[in-house]
Design a protein around this ligand. Structure first.
Ligand SMILES: Nc1ncnc2c1ncn2[C@@H]1O[C@H](COP(=O)(O)OP(=O)(O)OP(=O)(O)O)[C@@H](O)[C@H]1O
Ligand SMILES: [Mg+2]
Length: 507
């Protein structure tokens, strides 16, 4: 058995945390060289002089806005993303590779051990693109991905290990971080002393986070008031925009503690003093907060559970520090949020425990009691349906044939028989889609004309081929099926859209 340590990385929109399970069976979150357990997820490309990560990169943003990538994670789930930075274009996989490489180096420097095996976390509502980008980015950085955990599930593991639950509980994890919002409903139970986590449903928005609240303060308060006072919006200068965004975030954080905050914003030789009260801030963010409540409501409607079935409410992510948000979700569910959850570290803590399980280590709770946790006992579900584009022979119209619907426990498989378009073809081309709609236009195309080789080259007039898709434990798609001649089809789906064709330099 491989005895090598397994490390964990929670790559966040704002902060990234990483660590490993110590010999004492307890999670050990590593510190950055500046002594923080949170690394700013920012990269500064220094004009051919290499890259800098973390706080220095975040500080460089207002000065060198065209050379810094910051708050970029939500865009990593979109196949069309091409980050413009440092006078070039970078695809998400390359950015993920750069960032994971830095984290790998940090881990190796601070532990003196090789970091090769990892458990990584990603937002629960990310699609196939996000799953593949993060896995491939980590692999290109020289890491072997032992497990992709969804962030809310990971937080639930971290929480449940230290706060022993009764035999069977329904837990709602509301996870609102810097760039993404996830909500997951899960069942946690203990079977022979070993905790089991069954996720029932995930919902969310992959591009809604604390950064959007900062942008609201920028657009609705700073810019509006500045224009009213001085007649001009200076944020077309990227330096001013980056500086104002930083100040907006500071005000937002301050309002979690105080009733009002004052700051001075500067642009085009003009200054303005801005005061924002907590009351006005709450009104400003209300529509976005309501959206998360609607999403939570939708999740419950799609399951057989109702609010009264929820035993515990676990709040994760820095944005849940905002009192208005805490109150709103708490009122909606009818439960006080659980105490003793660190909103920033809950996700990485769970991932470290699972990494420890993967490395066959002894796991202990905060009282030193051994917990027989198995990585296989965290079972997630599909967050989106997956299928293929099919043609209705009667109407001639394309339609989405969803083979694995949303909410299916992983590993999930769905197969269906299809009649190939050309009877004598020795391969079939399929279009793989992601979505839950009956309407093709509402589904996301993952790969068009994806070729499946059929090794048996017989003429196959009027025979159907079974084509199936599976979504594995890591949320990755596999193509499965069978031809009428007994040829088994099984291959991992490699999303072609995430691959960088015109490869460029790495740093
Ligand atoms: N006291 C606070 N009040 C309000 N917002 C806060 C506070 N502290 C942190 N935040 C916000 O929380 C966000 C960061 O949260 P967190 O570190 O959980 O996100 P992340 O893990 O980086 O992002 P994600 O999980 O979405 O990828 C930022 O938008 C930050 O401004
Ligand atoms: Mg997070």
């Amino acid at each position: 058995m491989n005895k090598e340590k397994v490390f964990s990385v929670d790559f966040g929109t704002t902060f990234t945390e990483y660590g490993f399970l110590g010999e004492d069976g307890r999670p050990n979150i590593l510190k950055t060289p500046s002594g923080s357990r949170k690394l700013r997820s920012a990269i500064w490309f220094r004009n051919g002089q290499g890259t800098k990560f973390g706080d220095s990169a975040a500080r460089a943003a207002p000065v060198h806005p065209d050379h810094v990538l910051k708050n970029f994670k939500p865009e990593m789930d979109k196949a069309e993303t091409n980050f413009s930075v440092d006078g070039r274009k970078l695809k998400p996989v390359k950015v993920a590779k750069l960032f994971y490489s830095h984290v790998k180096n940090q881990i190796e420097e601070s532990t003196g051990q090789k970091a090769e095996r990892v458990v990584i976390t990603i937002p629960a509502f990310f699609g196939d693109v996000g799953h593949q980008v993060f896995k491939r980015g980590a692999e290109e950085a020289g890491l072997k991905v032992e497990r992709i955990l969804r962030e809310p599930a990971s937080a639930a593991v971290g929480y449940a290990i230290n706060n022993p639950l009764s035999n069977q509980e329904t837990v709602l994890v509301y996870d609102w971080g810097g760039g993404t919002f996830d909500v997951s409903l899960l069942n946690v139970k203990e079977e022979n002393g070993s905790p089991e986590f069954n996720i029932l449903r995930n919902e969310g928005r992959t591009d809604l986070g604390g950064r959007d609240l900062d942008r609201l303060i920028l657009d609705e308060v700073f810019i509006k008031r500045f224009v009213k006072e001085h007649g001009k919006d200076p944020t077309d200068e990227p330096e001013v925009r980056a500086e104002w965004l930083k100040r907006a975030e500071d005000i937002k954080k301050g309002l979690s503690e105080n009733d009002s905050e004052v700051d001075f914003i500067q642009g085009k030789q003009k200054q303005l003093s801005v005061e924002l009260t907590r009351n006005d801030f709450d009104k400003l963010i209300e529509p976005l907060v309501d959206e998360t409540i609607d999403i939570t409501n939708k999740l419950l409607e799609e399951t057989t559970k109702s609010k009264s079935d929820i035993d515990r409410l676990v709040l994760v992510g820095g944005t849940t520090r905002i009192p208005y948000i805490k109150n709103k979700i708490s009122k909606f569910v009818g439960l006080e949020p659980e105490k003793g959850v660190d909103p920033d570290l809950a996700v990485v803590t769970g991932a470290i425990l699972i990494a420890g399980a993967k490395g066959n280590q002894v796991i202990r709770n905060k009282n030193g009691v051994r917990v027989p946790l198995l990585a296989s006992e965290v079972r997630d579900v599909t967050s989106h349906g997956v299928g293929i584009k099919a043609v209705d022979f009667d109407t001639g119209k394309d339609y989405p044939a969803i083979l694995v619907p949303k909410g299916e426990p992983l590993r999930a498989v769905g197969t269906e028989k299809f009649h190939p378009f050309h009877d004598d073809a020795d391969k079939v081309e399929i279009t793989i889609i992601e979505g839950d709609s009956q309407d093709l236009a509402d589904c996301r195309v993952l790969a068009e004309g994806y070729e499946l080789e059929i090794s048996e080259q017989k003429k196959r007039e009027n025979v159907d081929i079974e084509i199936g898709l599976a979504v594995n434990k890591n949320g990755l798609i596999e193509i499965v099926g069978e031809t009428p001649f007994g040829d088994k089809i099984k291959e991992e789906f490699q999303n072609p859209s995430i691959i960088d064709k015109g490869d460029e330099n790495d740093d």
